[in-house]
Design a binder for this molecule. Structure first.
Ligand code: ATP
Ligand code: MG
Ligand code: MG
Ligand code: MG
Length: 576
């Protein structure tokens, strides 16, 4: 590829809404372009990265015996009604209607459609096992799309679905996928961990997430440095002994001070145990009037463990605040859940919450949320328009650094991760709901045993950037770099020798099958180098008159502090 024919568009400044480095750098490098909240065009430079991710995924899925197909993005609601998900799924599922007012969904995932295919096509046990996959556009109307490709609304996922004749078969298929995922993530050249995840009611331990290690990750992962033990926080907490943590870790003060009060303070004051797993957020107050409107200034943030349908809680509303923002009284919460809320916080407000006479909420920005430890509060939490994801409060937890590992191999460590893949044993959940059967060996119909397996194809490049960058820009691992090598001629407009040497090297690398780009734009060296450092091409060869006179080129890896001289004759072998 020649740069003059390609499309390169770099920016000096990151957009104001880009909070994390991957979003900033991918935008500045001209890889993605925002169209709307959580909706991006994959620009030519970014698309090359995505296509490299897809190629690796495809190769390893095929190698593992999975078969590629493509299912529709727009799917009839009837199928989703069969499993009940059309009604149950909540606002993340985008529902649309056609001109005949028939209902459809935009696929957030495709269990229904693939199960429908299986029940029609896989008639006999002789056709099993089978694993179908696609690499396709997904849409999830995320409450808070953010971080560029990391949490988009439209994104690309590889989703695979296995069909087996029995549980043992399904578990074997799951293991084949888990092994394929390890090969895939090894090939990307990123630091990652496979961690046990909660498989809910379905079954055993057969759910793992693949987490790329990064400080900005939305998930907390718990691992033992001395053993293989690794789990996401949810799963680790499920195993941890119940009850509040020893008080020693928490400094006790009798009265919660605005801006500085721990969960332990609050729990002691209210006589309630601390929760271990935070799943839902609700605001509660004891000062609601009969119309359900908040009248006072005392508002609690409740963090509830487990899955609860908040719509079932009798709640009041605050005029001017919508967006899943609800108030309930503490007794209502208790009556509904049959127990005291596991944890009450934050209470520690930076400024007192003011609900003025006309019941407009005056101060709803920059809250401080409670935590299990002193100085572990989340600051700057904005409510209402900017309701935080539960992930933001994931640090309120019952498992902390230094706790003993469940396998007895030493103390636990905690780090942050980005979920880039997920493998899940489903059992007969979908085949039962959709009556998807095959004829078993005894001639009787039997429900398929299933598994599902996802990879965030567009989230992965963002995770790679979070892990690999410096102040100048991105540093791509070779496997997913938009180009592996850039050839930078300096002064080619003045020197035929430079131009010829650059062309020679470029042609030579092309012939060797190296993914090379020749920067023939005629940019000045400073601007040219800044572009490629921002874009993050891992290998750069610079060709200039001065070097040529000595018979050398300059080679610099994106991580190197300086260039090294390479004899012109050795360049091909060296760069390769
Ligand atoms: P998360 O916990 O981040 O919301 P998830 O558990 O809902 O993800 P899955 O249903 O397991 O996601 O989907 C499989 C994969 O798709 C995830 O592991 C992730 O890599 C990717 N993915 C999910 N949601 C998004 C999104 N909004 N933007 C980009 N990639 C996503
Ligand atoms: Mg999700
Ligand atoms: Mg998840
Ligand atoms: Mg998941």
């Amino acid at each position: 590829m020649k740069a003059s024919q390609f499309f390169i568009s770099t920016l000096k400044e990151a957009p104001a809404d880009a909070e994390v480095v991957s979003h900033q750098l991918m935008t500045r490098a001209g890889m993605i372009k925002k169209l709307g909240a959580g909706i991006y065009s994959y620009m030519p430079m970014g698309l090359r990265v995505i296509q490299k991710v897809e190629k690796i995924v495809r190769e390893e899925m095929n190698r593992a015996g999975a078969v590629e197909l493509t299912m529709p993005v727009i799917q009839p609601a009837e199928l989703w009604q069969e499993t009940g998900r059309f009604d149950k799924m909540g606002p993340e599922l985008l529902r649309i209607q056609d001109r005949h007012e028939r209902h459809f969904v935009v696929q957030p995932t495709s269990e229904e459609v693939v199960t429908d295919i299986a029940r029609q096509e896989l008639r006999s046990y002789k056709q099993l096992p089978k694993n179908f996959y696609q690499i396709q556009t997904k849409f999830r109307d995320e409450r808070r799309p953010r971080f560029g490709l990391m949490r988009g609304r439209e994104f690309i996922m590889k989703d695979a679905y296995s069909f087996d004749r029995d549980e043992a078969g399904a578990k074997a298929s799951y293991q084949v996928m888990a092994a394929a995922y390890r090969r895939i993530f090894d090939r990307f050249g990123l630091r990652y961990r496979a961690v046990a995840a909660d498989s809910g009611a379905i079954g055993g331990d057969l759910s793992e997430e693949f987490q790329v290690i990064a400080a900005t990750g939305e998930d907390a992962i718990v691992y033992c440095p001395n053993s293989d033990y690794a789990a996401n926080m949810e799963k680790a907490e499920a195993l941890a002994p119940a009850g509040p943590r020893p008080a020693a870790a928490n400094a006790m003060t009798k009265t919660p001070t605005p801006g500085k009060s721990t969960c332990a303070d609050v729990a002691e004051l209210l006589g309630v145990p601390l929760a271990t797993t935070v799943k839902s957020l609700v605001l509660a107050t004891d000062e609601l009037n009969e119309a359900g409107e908040v009248t006072g200034s005392q508002v609690w943030l409740l963090l509830l463990r487990g899955d609860h349908d908040m719509n079932e809680v009798k709640v009041g509303k605050v005029p001017g605040l919508d967006k899943g923002f609800r108030f309930a009284t503490v007794p209502e919460i208790e009556a509904h859940f049959g127990c005291k809320p596991g944890y009450l916080g934050p209470i520690g407000l930076k400024q007192p919450l003011t609900i003025v006479a006309d019941r407009e909420v005056a101060v709803m920005a920059d809250w401080i949320c409670g935590a299990n430890e002193v100085d572990f509060h989340h600051t700057g939490v904005n409510w209402g328009r900017d309701l935080p994801e539960p992930a933001l409060v994931a640090d309120i937890r019952n498992v902390v650094e230094g706790d003993p590992s469940p396998d007895g191999q030493g103390p636990l460590s905690i780090e942050r991760g980005i979920e880039v893949g997920h493998v899940f044993y489903l059992g007969t959940k979908y085949s039962l709901a959709m009556n998807a059967t095959f004829l078993a060996e005894d001639g009787k119909p039997k429900h398929f045993e299933m598994g599902c397996y996802g990879i965030g194809v567009t989230r992965l490049p963002a995770a790679a950037v979070e892990q690999n960058h410096d102040e100048r820009g991105i540093i791509w691992p070779d496997a997913i770099a938009p180009f592996t090598v850039v050839v930078c001629p300096v002064g080619a407009d003045r020197s035929e020798a430079v131009k010829a040497a650059a062309d020679d090297l470029y042609q030579g690398l092309l012939a060797l099958g190296v993914d090379v780009i020749l920067d023939d734009r005629g940019e000045r060296p400073g601007a040219m180098f800044a572009d490629w450092e921002l874009i993050g091409v891992p290998h750069r060869v610079t060709i200039g008159d001065r070097g040529l006179k000595e018979g050398v080129l300059e080679y610099q890896h994106r991580r190197d502090a300086a260039a090294s001289k390479v004899p012109v004759g050795d360049a091909l072998a060296f760069v390769r």
